[in-house]
Design a protein around this ligand. Structure first.
Ligand SMILES: C[S@@+](CC[C@H](N)C(=O)[O-])C[C@H]1O[C@@H](n2cnc3c(N)ncnc32)[C@H](O)[C@@H]1O
Length: 258
């Protein structure tokens, strides 16, 4: 799994999400105690979309983020993109699923012209891509100037008093739940392994800045095991309809709790 690289890893990720698609949403709620719903709302807040805006939910899976955005503004043009069709098929059956523009795509080679979205958001995508810098560069390219990127993902857990509890949750509780609910325990061993092998939040932010994003910031959630990152493509400011971040947190100031 995590020892794989390049296209072999991408194929493994695709196959794995294909196998767990039917139970993916239930597992998410159970693993996070339902808190992921609130984090997704924060992602939409941070995207600061204008009314009727154009949104890309990249690595959309079953469309949780796109559906949350459409629940707030039915006039929004929300595209959900993923390379695992089984996940999107489940999403299409969900209430409101028909309003999402589902599209098969690879996050490393987006099938859009430049500058066509007001915001690009992702939930638990970036840990899975085989080339993080390229995935950021593609998101930057398809954003219009002034557009925002927001990313929710797991992040390597901090050392400290909380570590034994985190290890118990990640290495015992989650794989056991995964085996019980989805029958695919490897998928839920992949989650802790890929989390521990992922970039620390400050390095992920550095990659964002390196491709051109400005006002890059992040905050940690859930005992430091999750993070939300955000950034803006420089250019003319949008007429923002929703709440925006008044302060940007540079790496080092990122341990803000919500
Ligand atoms: C953990 S799921 C997240 C689903 C959803 N965004 C959420 O918040 O629950 C990760 C999704 O990213 C997709 N994914 C991973 N790598 C991808 C890539 N290179 N291009 C497109 N989708 C990708 C997977 O197929 C999977 O559906």
């Amino acid at each position: 799994m995590t020892h794989l690289s390049g296209s072999a890893r991408a194929r493994y990720v695709q196959g794995m999400f294909g196998r767990i698609a039917a139970r993916y949403d239930l597992m998410n709620r159970l693993m996070t105690g339902g808190q992921d719903v609130r984090w997704r709302q924060q992602v939409i807040d941070l995207a600061g979309l204008p009314a009727g805006g154009r949104l890309l939910d990249l690595g959309t899976g079953t469309g949780d983020l796109a559906l949350e955005a459409l629940g707030r503004d039915g006039a929004m043009l929300a595209t959900g993109g993923d390379f695992t069709l089984e996940m999107m098929r489940v999403g299409r059956q969900r209430p409101g699923g028909a309003r999402v523009r589902w599209a098969g795509m690879d996050a490393l080679d987006l099938p859009f012209d430049g500058g066509v979205f007001d915001a690009v958001i992702s939930g638990y995508l970036m840990r899975n891509v085989v080339d993080v810098r390229r995935a950021w560069a593609e998101q930057y390219r398809v954003l219009q100037p002034g557009g925002r990127v927001v990313c929710l993902d797991t992040t390597p857990p901090p050392r400290g008093w909380q570590r034994p509890f985190i290890n118990l949750h990640m290495h015992i509780v989650i794989p056991a739940l995964g085996r019980l609910i989805t029958g695919a325990s490897d998928a839920y061993r992949y989650l802790p392994e890929s989390t521990e092998g992922f970039l620390p939040a400050e390095q992920l932010a550095d990659h964002m800045a390196a491709v051109g994003f400005r006002e890059v910031g992040y905050c940690h959630l859930m005992l430091g095991t999750m993070a939300i990152h955000w950034g803006t493509k420089p250019g003319d400011a949008l007429q923002l309809a929703g709440p925006v971040v008044a302060e940007s947190y540079g790496p080092g100031k990122g341990d803000q709790a919500w």
